[in-house]
Ligand binder design. Structure first.
Ligand code: PMP
Length: 361
């Protein structure tokens, strides 16, 4: 453990890479000889300009995005995207298909229904063990405007490991697994993610959109809520969250230095496999997600009683393993092990779990 650092299993805002925090600290008072912090500078100045475009370019390089896509930095979190997506991409008279895979998908659906016609193409929300839909569960409407999926359900700990191959553009909420693995962007019309899990701190939302989709927006949508407005202004239509974008720049630089998404995926797989193996070992711990859909980002599990779960959380916390309590809506335990979460922290948790079981099992 780095000196003074806890192992932070929080689901988000979440752990950031230590070298990123150190660099931000070193540059805090005097950014590159300017005599001021990057967050004290104009968003139209040359220092911020370099940060802004590098962050976009890093994302483009990491995801190997073709020219057909635009990268945007917006505000309002993934929650604002629940509204902006149908406002821009679901014209009157059309239907949008959504998969209901859990709490986050349901929130996206609720907002889309305010805007237009929604068809539920698959519903695994109440399935236990938790899971996301498979291809066999999908029943699309006729000619939908898009199919929305939530690639990783942060609360239930279920993740899509292969994306559906359908005849309609995919729109994805990737808030909790963006940049955790390589994938083919081709089938996606739009991807969005709040930054505070795998990209940086809260305050900025990444949107990746196919350029041709920018034209779909109905004329009744306010200018600020149109993707086109932000695309035409390179995400500088109004003041962006400059310090958040600066940290996204450092995090994506760090990801590239780690070897990009192939290397990060492998590191994530090793961490998740280690933890799931510990959960499966004796039956004292029970994973809550279907093994075929287990998330490599949010590992959810239970103990035999709620009293033991509370004891587990408080003893873990005392040992520097923080943020393990499950989401308040479902209880249990959740270990969020995003890109920046160190392997040593997973090893420490696995050791703690064995010890806890020995004493209480
Ligand atoms: N979608 C998913 C999958 C999430 O995990 C979250 C936040 N935990 C959200 C959407 C909402 O994000 P925000 O708080 O940035 O609006």
């Amino acid at each position: 453990m780095d000196k003074g650092r806890a192992y932070n299993f929080s689901a988000g805002p979440a752990v950031l890479p230590v070298p990123v925090l150190e660099q931000a600290r070193d540059e805090l008072l005097d950014y590159h000889g300017s005599g001021m912090s990057i967050m004290e500078q104009s968003h139209r100045g040359k220092d911020y300009d370099a940060v802004h475009y590098e962050a976009m370019e890093n994302i483009r390089l990491l995801l190997e995005l073709p020219e057909a896509y635009t990268v945007l930095f917006l505000q309002g979190g993934a929650t604002a995207q629940f509204a902006m997506v149908p406002l821009n991409l679901l014209p009157p008279g059309r239907t949008a298909d959504y998969t209901d895979s859990g709490s986050w998908a349901a929130k996206a659906i609720k907002e889309a229904r305010v805007v237009g016609d929604v068809h539920i193409a698959a519903d695994t929300h109440e399935d236990r063990p938790t899971r996301v839909p498979g291809v066999e569960d999908l029943h699309l409407s006729r000619n939908p405007a898009y199919l929305h999926i939530t690639t990783n359900e942060t609360i239930s700990g279920a993740q899509w490991h292969a994306f559906p191959e359908v005849d309609t553009p995919l729109v994805a909420d990737m808030s909790s697994d963006i940049l955790s693995r390589p994938f083919d962007p081709g089938p996606f019309g739009l991807i969005y993610a709040g930054a505070q899990k795998n990209l940086g701190p809260a305050g900025v939302t990444l949107v990746i959109v196919r350029k041709e989709f920018l034209e779909r927006v109905p004329g009744t949508v306010p200018l600020y809520l149109r993707y086109r407005t932000h695309a035409e202004a390179d995400s500088l239509y109004n003041t962006p969250p400059t310090f958040s974008v600066y940290l996204v720049c450092l995090v994506t630089r760090w990801l590239r230095a780690q070897g990009g998404l192939t290397a990060i995926e492998e590191a994530n797989r090793i961490k998740a496999d280690l933890l799931y193996a510990a959960i499966d070992q004796t039956g004292f711990y029970t994973g809550t997600a279907d093994p075929a859909h287990r998330s490599r980002m949010n590992v959810t599990f239970r103990l035999p009683t709620e009293a033991l779960e509370a004891q587990f959380v408080s003893e873990a916390e005392a040992g520097g393993l923080k943020g393990l309590k499950g989401h308040r809506s479902v209880g249990g335990l959740r270990a969020s092990i995003y890109n920046a979460f160190p392997a040593a922290g997973v090893e420490a948790l696995v050791g703690f779990m064995a010890d806890f079981e020995r004493k209480n099992g």
